[in-house]
Every structure is written in C-alpha cells, then in structure tokens.
Design a protein around this ligand. Structure first.
Ligand code: 3PG
Length: 377
C-alpha cells in the first residue's frame, strides 16, 4: 500500500477527523439503507475499539438536488452498527463543544458538509480548514468514492494533519488493483454522463440511463419530454454520434396514470419522463451479458428508487450474477438494488461502492484525494 492505513497509528485518545462517504439514495425524503452505511461503520467501529475520539464529516447530495438533505437519518442508520451521536452543526459552538467534549471511544457525526459553500472551494485556509484542523490529531479518509472531487474535506487536511486511509478505502484500492478491464463488456447506466464518457472507447458497451438516452437522441430519435430534460447534456451529442457500435435501448418504461407503461422507440409518448428500459431492451442486453467473458456494470439503467422502475436494473444485475463472466459492479445505487433484490456481494467478483471515483481510477486518472494522501504530513 502506497498509503498509511489504520495500522500505522496509535489512535488511543486521539481526535480523529474521519471523512466518510454516507451519500445514499433518498426516496420521498427518506434516506435508504445501503452498503455504504454498513461498510463505513466498520472503520468507525475499529477506531472506536482503538479508543479514538472520532468526528465524522460526510455529505448527502448537492445543493439544488432533490437528495440534498441533513445527515440526521444517516446517524440513525449507522446506529444499527456503531454508537454515533448526530450534531446538527459543523463549525459553530455546538459542533466545537461536542468535539472538545468527546471521550475515548466516542463518535459524533457532524451535519452535511456540503451545507457550507466552502466545501466545494478548497482554498488553502478556508473557513472549514481554519476552524476544524486545530481540533484534530489525525485525518482519515475513508471516502474513496468522493476522492475524485477536489473538495475541502477531501484534499485540504492531509497537508496539515498526519493522515491515513480507512478500511473501506483500503479495500476498494486493493480490489481495484486486481481488475483486468481491457476486454470487458461495459454496462453503463446512471445519471452522470461525464462519468460514462470516460469509457466510450471500450470495445463493447451497452447503454442505459442518461448515456442510453443521449445515444438515441444523437441517432435522431425524439424522446419527447426527455429531450428537454437533457438540454444541458446536448453538447455531447456530436461526440456520441461517432460511437455507432454502442447498443442503446429499443424501448422504455414511463409513469402513466400512476402505472408503469412501456413503449417502443417509434411509439414514444411525448409528455412523459423516461423512467426505465423496457422488456425488449432487457432481453437484448441479457443476451449480450450471457456472451461476455468479463463484465463491468456501473450505474442503474432506470430510476431505481421506485420499485416499478428498478426492473431494468434488477434484470441486468440478475443476468450478470448468473453469467459465468468475471463481474465487477460500481456505484452506490447499483449496490442498493443488488441488496433489495436478494443478491449480495458474493454473487459478483467485486462490488465497488464508488461511482465517479471508480470510473476515473479505472480510466487511469489521478484522483485528487489520493494524490494529497501521498504527500501527506
Ligand atoms: C457518490 O455518490 O458518487 C459520491 O458520494 C460523490 O458524490 P458527488 O458525485 O455528488 O460528488
């Protein structure tokens, strides 16, 4: 390991600033239980056993998004595994008093760090760093899945505090090093097109989510309302048009009068949002999955927070699990569906809890959060 781990420090009585990734799917304001909570709890538990005084910083969603919310519910979910007290403050007196009052083996979770604008702008001595750093002895980054973001809680502390990676981050890094992805079939879903673009030059791709829709639009299909919803992504059409071999959906599911209804591309309704791939697409994709020797699946192919629309993602996950291929899954949403449909990490060769970070790492990019840890104090 190029990085210091929890084995390299004596944590007894030390104040530890732990960056975890608790970012979770949120449905109607309810934070959904998922693997990130379980895995993040392991590092917390170990630090508690080592008698550290742990302060967790984490985020949920982004300003302006539907899932941008408090971390209060996350502390309850973490509470199934470890004792964690939620403090609804980050830099104020409430937070600082709670940090100072921590006893050995105790843990608090601060409020959503993205509530502070400074989180997104990691200037050297911004308010977050100035206020928090003096209260800590050690910084631990357990958020591999956010380490592709140059954000304050990820990049600013290692130059000021002795730093280590947590167990979840360590496990991700050790597993990613083993993956051979050259000839894999890529099953690409999810909302964030910038992340899917990293893999466009792969030999064999089947597409869902935003990528699938944009591919179709680039080939001249009118997806009705979806064309309007994707207006910010239209700038990628020219680039996508060149990728003629990428398989795209042939039918989609929509929410019509409260029910799931499927339509093929030539009979698409104009006033509804695309919610999932349809049955014909599932069959075609399943056939491709069964032929592959190695598969990398990332991101859901539909709106998987709603049971009606996780069918496509579930069908593909089941196909990947039952195929003989070497299989790798990436992205938090995918692992939530995996669990909901009764599959587990054991059904796949490796399950990453990271989305964008996983992509950038596999695409050979340098992750800012890892780079700073190499140069840590
Ligand atoms: C994720 O869910 O991929 C991470 O928590 C990073 O979230 P972000 O894409 O909003 O930075």
């Amino acid at each position: 390991m190029k990085y210091k781990t929890l084995d390299d420090f004596n944590f007894k009585g030390k104040r530890v600033l732990l960056r975890s990734d608790l970012n979770s799917p949120v449905k109607k304001g309810k934070v959904i239980f998922n693997e990130r909570i379980i895995e993040s709890a392991r590092t917390i538990k170990e630090l508690q056993k080592k008698r550290a005084r742990v302060v967790i910083i984490a985020h949920q969603g982004r300003k302006g998004d539907r899932d941008f919310t408090s971390l209060k519910q996350h502390s309850v979910l973490l509470g199934k595994f470890v004792k964690v007290k939620f403090v609804d403050d980050i830099l104020g007196k409430k937070a600082l008093d709670a940090i100072e009052e921590l006893k050995n083996g105790e843990t608090i979770l601060l409020e959503n760090i993205r509530y502070l604008d400074e989180e997104m702008k990691p200037e050297k001595d911004n308010k977050i760093v100035k206020v928090l750093a003096p209260h800590f002895d050690i910084y631990v980054n357990d958020a591999f899945s956010v380490s592709h973001r140059a954000q304050t809680s990820i990049v600013s502390f290692p130059s000021l505090l002795p730093s280590a990676i947590g167990r979840l981050m360590q496990h991700e890094l050790e597993s990613l090093e083993k993956i051979k992805i050259k000839d894999s079939l890529f099953v690409l879903g999810g909302k964030k097109i910038e992340e899917q673009l990293l893999f466009l030059n792969r030999k064999k791709i089947i597409s869902g989510g935003t990528l699938g829709q944009l591919i179709l639009i680039s080939r001249g299909h009118n997806l009705g309302l979806q064309n309007k919803l994707l207006k910010n992504e239209m700038k990628y059409l020219l680039r996508l048009k060149k990728h003629k071999k990428i398989l795209a959906p042939v039918d989609y599911a929509f929410l019509v009068n409260g029910k799931r209804k499927e339509f093929s591309l030539d009979e698409m309704p104009v006033n509804y949002e695309v919610m999932d791939i349809g049955r014909k697409t599932m069959e075609i994709y399943r056939g491709e999955i069964m032929k592959a020797k190695s598969i990398l699946m990332k991101g859901p192919v539909g709106y998987c927070e709603d049971k009606k629309f996780r069918k496509g993602t579930a069908a593909l996950l089941k196909a990947v699990a039952s195929s003989r291929a070497f299989s790798v899954l990436g992205g938090g949403h995918l692992t939530t569906v995996m669990r909901d449909i009764g599959l587990s990490q054991k059904n796949f060769d490796y399950v990453s809890l990271s989305g964008g970070a996983f992509d950038e790492y596999l695409a050979g990019k340098k992750l800012p959060g890892l780079e700073v840890l190499k140069m840590q104090k």
